[in-house]
Design a binder for this molecule. Structure first.
Ligand SMILES: [Zn+2]
Ligand SMILES: [Zn+2]
Ligand SMILES: [Zn+2]
Length: 263
């Protein structure tokens, strides 16, 4: 609906569809890790959100540099964070490249908990520089909670999600919702997920996990939310694309790195 108001298209690219270890996983010889199917090669989870004049990335994965290079992202307006686990913040140091070209700090949008985590993980950013001449990421910190916020011409509606014992953020952007790292979507959030065109939803593996949906749980949540299309993300190496795809009901698909979606 809002696309019409803005009269422009929004593009989304899955920059990474993999869990925290990435796929293939170091030293593993399972069929997925040995697979030649490009859809079984998964960088850590991140999403590019792009309008004709604004480019945003959700989460800075440890593969951030590779993701920016692969997708020719040479201008980035902001990074929005879901939570502070390392697989979602680990690429933060690499924003320096953008700092150098723009001579501006990188805008980041995150909640206070995630900022505390970033301060611990990347402590050196917030200390006195060891030597003059820089080398430290420059950040323009913008705090968010559950109030909608806008970056350029893209509006983000934060979504409260449970990720084990942690409360994390998902985002609704017009008729697409991005819900990574969750094993429980509270009712108040389910109410905000009506009339979706596209849902990107956490589904780690087949076996139960304490902080991620299983494939089966994700399918049942997808059937409750009833987005026109649901793509599963944050996939572990137990999930082989060609085999798991056959088990999914209509309207539910596995995502893969490079998957491009338009609204
Ligand atoms: Zn494996
Ligand atoms: Zn997490
Ligand atoms: Zn994660």
């Amino acid at each position: 609906m809002q696309s019409d108001i803005y009269n422009r298209k929004l593009k989304f690219v899955v920059l990474g569809s993999g869990t925290s270890t990435g796929v293939p996983t170091i030293s593993c010889k399972c069929p997925t890790c040995l697979s030649n199917d490009p859809r079984d090669k998964r960088l850590r989870t991140s999403l590019l959100v792009q309008s004709p004049n604004t480019t945003v990335v959700i989460d800075a994965s440890p593969d951030f540099r590779q993701q920016m290079l692969q997708h020719n992202v040479d201008k980035l307006d902001a990074i929005v964070f879901t939570h502070g686990h390392f697989d979602h913040i680990g690429g933060l140091d690499d924003i320096r490249a953008f700092n150098y070209t723009t001579k501006m700090p990188m805008k980041i949008f995150l909640d206070k908990k995630t900022f505390e985590r970033i301060k611990k993980t990347f402590f050196y950013i917030f200390e006195e520089p060891e030597r003059s001449g820089g080398g430290l990421p420059l950040l323009d910190v913008n705090f968010i909670d559950i109030e909608p916020f806008t970056i350029g011409d893209i509006k983000f509606d934060p979504l409260k999600l449970h990720h084990g014992t942690l409360e994390v953020l998902g985002f609704r952007i017009e008729n697409l919702a991005y819900c990574t790292d969750t094993n429980n979507i509270p009712d108040e959030t389910l109410r905000l997920l009506c009339d979706l065109e596209i849902l990107l939803l956490d589904a780690l593996r087949y076996e139960k996990h304490s902080s991620h949906f299983t494939i089966e749980e994700a399918i049942s949540v997808a059937q409750r939310i009833k987005a026109k299309r649901t793509y599963l993300i944050h996939l572990a190496h137990q999930v082989k694309h060609s085999e798991c795809s056959k088990l999914l009901p209509e309207g539910v698909y596995l995502s893969y790195d490079g998957l491009t979606l338009e609204l």
